[in-house]
Design a protein around this ligand. Structure first.
Ligand SMILES: NC(=O)c1ccc[n+]([C@@H]2O[C@H](COP(=O)([O-])OP(=O)(O)OC[C@H]3O[C@@H](n4cnc5c(N)ncnc54)[C@H](OP(=O)(O)O)[C@@H]3O)[C@@H](O)[C@H]2O)c1
Length: 238
């Protein structure tokens, strides 16, 4: 259970439905986890949710990685001073907001907001976190399957997913053998705690903790999968 003992991993989006489960799994594997959020109240809820986990070390930090270049540098300097270089980084941010409507009904305002929340913020987060990784470290970014397959009614999310896939794979190629390993993990619907509570989670969907197990293997870097930048976790048994 202590596969990640001695490793420090930063999670952007740790308060989210996926982020909280991934954070839990990383702690269960013995990691020191730096859980980031823009919102102190959500961090407090995260601490309460994870209070029963007695392995690993949880550090919660109010920090916004969605910043312009100067702001990114300030955050980066702050994190480096406090934690040094990270062994791993998980990026599980995003905001659907009101984006689920047919493309023909997307206003300019909604377009700008959706691209900001589901693409620009991801670019800015990667720009901040990649230089903070150890050379043998790893960053894992999540995107949804609608990158590859049309989801009528959620087109704006699909097109940002496709752009994020390109962003992360390009970043992986640019880092190549000189920098940290960069992974894009394409996922289907996930059994988040909120969906389970509402009774709308299906049994063949992955739990957030399942994603955490795979991410933990990628960070350790000693499996065949860790040699490839692109991965899919669509549904159990499929
Ligand atoms: N859940 C699924 O079934 C599923 C399936 C496919 C893809 N995905 C993708 O996976 C990602 C995470 O999903 P989720 O269900 O965990 O979402 P979620 O519950 O809404 O959590 C996302 C987290 O991202 C952070 N965030 C949102 N906008 C941000 C911004 N501009 N800058 C920095 N942080 C921001 C928020 O944290 P704070 O407000 O605390 O800062 C929030 O807690 C999303 O990109 C989603 O589209 C999810």
């Amino acid at each position: 259970m202590n596969k990640l003992f001695g490793k420090t991993i930063v999670v952007a989006g740790a308060t989210g439905g996926i982020g909280e489960g991934v954070t839990k799994l990383l702690l269960q594997h013995g990691a020191k986890v730096v859980a980031l959020s823009r919102n102190e109240e959500k961090l407090e809820q995260l601490r309460a949710y994870l209070s029963g986990v007695d392995t690993g070390n949880l550090i919660t930090l109010k920090e916004n990685l969605d910043q312009d270049q100067a702001g990114s540098r300030e955050v980066s300097d702050r994190l480096k001073e406090q934690f040094g270089h990270f062994d791993g980084a998980i990026v599980t941010i995003g905001n659907w907001g009101a984006a689920n409507r047919s493309l023909i009904d997307v206003s300019d305002e909604l377009w700008e907001q959706a691209v900001q929340d589901n693409l620009t913020s991801h670019f800015r987060t990667l720009r901040t976190l990649v230089p903070l990784l150890k050379k043998d470290g790893a960053l894992i970014h999540l995107s949804g399957l609608s990158a590859d397959t049309p989801y009528p009614g959620a087109g704006i999310i699909g097109l940002t997913n496709a752009a994020k896939k390109s962003l992360v794979l390009t970043m992986a190629a640019e880092q190549g053998s000189i920098g940290p390993r960069i992974y894009e993990l394409m996922i289907g619907p996930i059994r988040t705690r909120e969906r389970v509570t509402r009774g709308i989670a299906r049994s063949n969907w992955y739990d957030p903790e399942d994603l955490g197990v795979f991410m933990s293997e990628l960070i350790q870097g000693d499996t065949e999968a860790s040699q490839k930048p692109l991965h899919y976790m669509v549904q159990r048994g499929g």
